[in-house]
Design a protein around this ligand. Structure first.
Ligand code: SF4
Length: 295
């Protein structure tokens, strides 16, 4: 920890961590949040170096927003499987076939963002789609797309992508917890399946869940999202109880360790590198999204 503090000062670095990161990473981070909050934070920081503790597309977004800063990504094998589900040629074929605008969830590679009309996160997907006058190709999360479809009038075609972690949360898991904790409210991430969404008291992004739990009179919550989110919630609301789904773990999010964070600041690598052309194209849909803000 001492070494890390010294290195942070020496490099004028900030550590950004996603809500699904290991507890020890959340503890050393300057800021913990969801994809949208992290992108906003990356935009406003005056640090020279951003150490991004999350997965590939998040670190890439930080670089796109800050092309002149050094973005370190302590484990460059931490690639989100959902983001890897998009085939660019097939997406361009869909665009030609339907003639619709591409709304890409932030969980996409920089190359996919570069051909998108606008980005969104789970915190603003409904607002973003409502802002679009035409039909939409929604890529890559089908479950989030299905959820958004409930609230908008746009024609939408959905890419058949998914998050393995959220898809793995079953109705049986949730019912079991609801029986064990009958007073607990169910908060679900929109990457969950429709049968989980239909059982939820509140559907929200991870940041939205934190906000809801803080404002709610309820004292107990079942969290249908990645398990580690409960760590932050318990830390910020020690007077309330949070129950996680045991097997809801994203192995990719757990690849970053404290040792890797220290090492990245020592060696100043692995660093996110993107071509000027990709950055110039991908910043357009990201900036459009940042202007829209949260739902
Ligand atoms: S939780 Fe799902 S969407 Fe998020 S990084 Fe892991 S696999 Fe990707």
């Amino acid at each position: 920890m001492e070494k890390l503090e010294k290195l942070k000062k020496k490099r004028n670095a900030i550590i950004l961590a996603h809500n699904y990161q290991r507890p020890e990473i959340q503890d050393v981070a300057d800021f913990v949040g969801d994809s949208l909050a992290l992108a906003m934070k990356a935009k406003e920081t005056d640090a020279d170096v951003i150490v991004f503790c999350g997965v590939d597309f998040m670190a890439q977004s930080a670089k796109i927003i800050n092309p002149d800063k050094i973005v370190l990504f302590p484990d460059d094998t931490a690639k989100c499987p959902m983001a890897a589900m998009v085939d660019i040629d097939a997406l361009l074929h869909w665009k030609k076939k339907y003639g619709y605008d591409i709304v890409s969830y932030i969980n996409t590679t920089a190359e996919v963002k570069a051909i998108s009309d606008i980005c969104c996160t789970s915190a603003n997907a409904i607002k973003v789609v409502r802002s679009m006058p035409n039909g939409i190709i929604f890529v890559p999360d089908e479950n989030l797309g299905k959820y958004v479809k409930r609230f908008v009038n746009n024609e939408m075609v959905l890419w058949p992508g998914f998050c393995p972690t959220h898809l793995g949360i079953t109705k049986k898991d949730v019912i079991k917890l609801k029986q064990k904790y009958p007073n607990a409210e169910l908060l679900a991430h929109p990457e969950c399946t429709e049968e989980i969404i239909d059982l939820a008291n509140k559907v929200a992004s991870t940041e939205g869940m934190v906000k809801y739990a803080k404002e709610s009179d309820a004292k107990e919550f079942i969290i249908a999202s990645e398990r580690e989110l409960c760590y932050r919630m318990k830390k910020e609301m020690p007077q309330k109880k949070f129950y996680s789904i045991e097997n809801a773990v994203c192995p990719t999010m757990k690849k970053i360790t404290l040792e890797k964070v220290v090492k990245s600041l020592e060696k100043m690598k692995p660093e996110i590198k993107l071509s000027k052309e990709i950055i110039e194209k991908a910043i357009i849909p990201l900036e459009k999204m940042l202007k829209i803000g949260r739902d």
